[in-house]
Design a protein around this ligand. Structure first.
Ligand code: ATP
Ligand code: MG
Length: 140
């Protein structure tokens, strides 16, 4: 099924000059980018973005981190792209991520784990609308 998902190269990925490396992995896997921009979230915007995690012990810290520097946000489109991209990212904790995944290769910390990906169709819709309007999404 044709789907869209939201991808973020997090502030650690941007500051460590991993934008190109991450995008190369997306392209190699055939995940089509249909929108892309660099933004910096305010703390309030990060709290809204991660509001499903409100109340969890890492909520304050992860929203500080996500607003600590620029991110690259992208929309990926393709067959089953939500699951395919989650698989390519690897587990939240890079120590548990499979060999060959982006987090296994590049992440340094359970929080500073380089990339974000939507985990369901419903969350993908919410996250895409958080960052993009229709004019910013290209038809391929
Ligand atoms: P993301 O939503 O960023 O794609 P994920 O779906 O793998 O990651 P979530 O459980 O949604 O993981 O957590 C969101 C983010 O919060 C994680 O990517 C990580 O940056 C941070 N995080 C999650 N669990 C922890 C934890 N136990 N300690 C510190 N940070 C955490
Ligand atoms: Mg998540």
């Amino acid at each position: 099924m044709e789907e869209r998902t939201l991808s973020i190269i997090k502030p650690d990925g941007v500051s460590r000059n991993l934008i190109g490396a991450v995008i190369k992995r997306l392209e190699e896997e055939g995940l089509n980018i249909v929108a892309m921009k660099m933004i910096r979230m305010t703390k309030e915007q990060a709290k809204e973005f991660y509001k499903i995690h409100e109340g969890k012990p890492f909520y304050e810290s992860v929203t500080d981190f996500m607003s600590s520097g620029p991110c690259v946000v992208m929309i990926l489109e393709g067959e089953n792209v939500i699951q395919r991209y989650r698989k390519l990212m690897g587990a939240t904790n890079y120590k548990e991520a499979e060999e060959g995944t982006i987090r296994r290769e590049f992440a340094t910390d359970i929080e500073k784990n380089v990339v974000h990906g939507s985990d369901s169709e419903e969350n993908a819709r919410f996250e895409i609308n958080h960052f993009f309007n229709a004019l910013e999404i290209a038809v391929r």
